[in-house]
Design a protein around this ligand. Structure first.
Ligand code: EPS
Length: 376
């Protein structure tokens, strides 16, 4: 399964093409739009989200809400394009408007300008923008449907915002409540503190990142490989999650914590009852030897603060070479809730790809039958 994304943040539309979906997979457009709306929600977002109301338009690969087995092409329109047409249109655009040369530390601006030989960072930031992730949410929600036919579910929550952290442990079922709260957090007291901090940061023209936990329930053992380094499930998942804008680190299970503990406090003892293997702990986060081990997969992701600060940092003007204050664009204070939805979606798409590589199957019936034959 492969996804190609295209589209500029203020261009006409965002577009995706998924190749490799089996036929006869039910497509739930309402569900896709629900996740697109969730991606736009959450405390700390900026004015852009008041303009956009993301909805998917399927162009090909689906007939009467069922996949055909052909490439699935879809679009999400940018409503803001109406305000940017004169600047962003593929032809006849006035490229002297809304230029950005006071490059923002932490953004793609400076390196992108050098690499692509442009003089206006507009040509870089439009594509580097996290707006692209709307496409990944659409693809991820379709992948979620594929996985749910096999009994695999994905969920998550925001564990921390800018150092304010919830250290409680939750069951998979409890995670569902997160989406009902302002910051997709589960502990009200921690969330209230985080909301207060976001308000303070906004006052100071600053931004925040945070911590997100993603969990996968119901995936049988043996996905990934201990035989080939490039098929290790942890490597594949971490690489995919790190491709999400602003994600700077991913831990599997205990993650960095493993480095500070002795072996008996890190590895999960194995028991057997009625011929069924089980563990009482899941410090490995559901992956051992590069393969799923049948336990929940637990991934904790670190998001950096958004690099567009309303009180810009010191920088250099790319055109003049003079010291400057970084450009300030309209910006979110935090997009941590958006990131939570995006990371769930990217996990879904990545796992669907791993599953389809192992099982093959041209139609959904074949995929389900083959999955049933696997050991737990
Ligand atoms: C983004 C800047 C902001 C964000 C945007 C990502 O957009 P604008 O410059 O239009 O205000 O809101 O995110 C989205 C539009 C989105 O839908 O997530 C950036 O520079 O990365």
């Amino acid at each position: 399964m492969q996804l190609v994304t295209a589209g500029e943040s203020h261009g006409k539309a965002l577009v995706g093409i998924i190749e490799g979906l089996p036929s006869n997979l039910a497509i739930d457009i309402e569900k896709i739009n629900k996740y697109l709306a969730l991606r736009q929600s959450g405390y700390g977002r900026g004015a852009r989200q008041k303009i956009e109301c993301d909805k998917v338009e399927i162009v090909s690969g689906v007939r009467n809400l069922s996949t055909l087995g052909s490439p699935l092409c879809f679009a999400v329109q940018n409503k803001d394009y109406q305000n940017w047409k004169g600047i962003m249109a593929p032809e006849g655009a006035d490229i002297t408007q809304r230029t950005l040369t006071k490059v923002r530390p932490g953004h793609a601006d400076l390196t992108g300008l050098k690499k692509y030989a442009h003089t206006d960072a507009r040509n870089i930031l439009e594509r580097a923008s996290a707006r692209e992730t709307a496409v990944r949410v659409v693809a991820g929600t379709i992948a979620r449907q594929y996985l749910s036919e096999l009994g695999v579910q994905i969920s998550g929550y925001v564990k921390g915002v800018c150092g304010i952290r919830d250290n409680k442990v939750y069951t998979f079922e409890q995670l569902e409540d997160a989406k009902k709260s302002k910051l997709f957090m589960l502990d009200k007291e921690t969330e209230d503190k985080a909301v207060k901090l976001i308000d303070e940061l906004k006052q100071n023209g600053d931004t925040a990142g945070g911590l997100i936990e993603i969990r996968v329930k119901g995936l049988k053992s043996g996905f990934g490989s201990c035989m080939s380094y490039n098929q290790k499930l942890d490597a594949i998942l971490c690489g995919a999650l790190m491709s999400v804008q602003a994600i700077k680190g991913v831990e599997v299970g205990l993650g960095f914590g493993c480095a500070n503990l002795a072996g008996n406090a890190v590895h999960d003892a194995i028991y057997i009852k009625d011929g069924k293997y089980y563990r009482n702990t899941n410090r490995a986060g559901g992956i051992e030897g590069g393969m799923s081990n049948g336990e929940e997969i637990v991934l904790t992701c670190a998001m950096k603060p958004i690099p567009t600060l309303m009180k810009g940092l010191d920088t250099v003007d790319y055109l003049t070479g003079e010291p400057a204050i970084a450009s300030t664009e309209r910006s979110d204070v935090t997009a941590i809730c958006a990131a939570e939805i995006i990371l769930e979606s990217v996990t879904a798409f990545t796992l669907a790809d791993v599953v389809s590589k192992r099982l093959g199957g041209d139609n959904m019936q074949e995929v389900i039958e083959r999955y049933k034959l696997l050991k737990d």
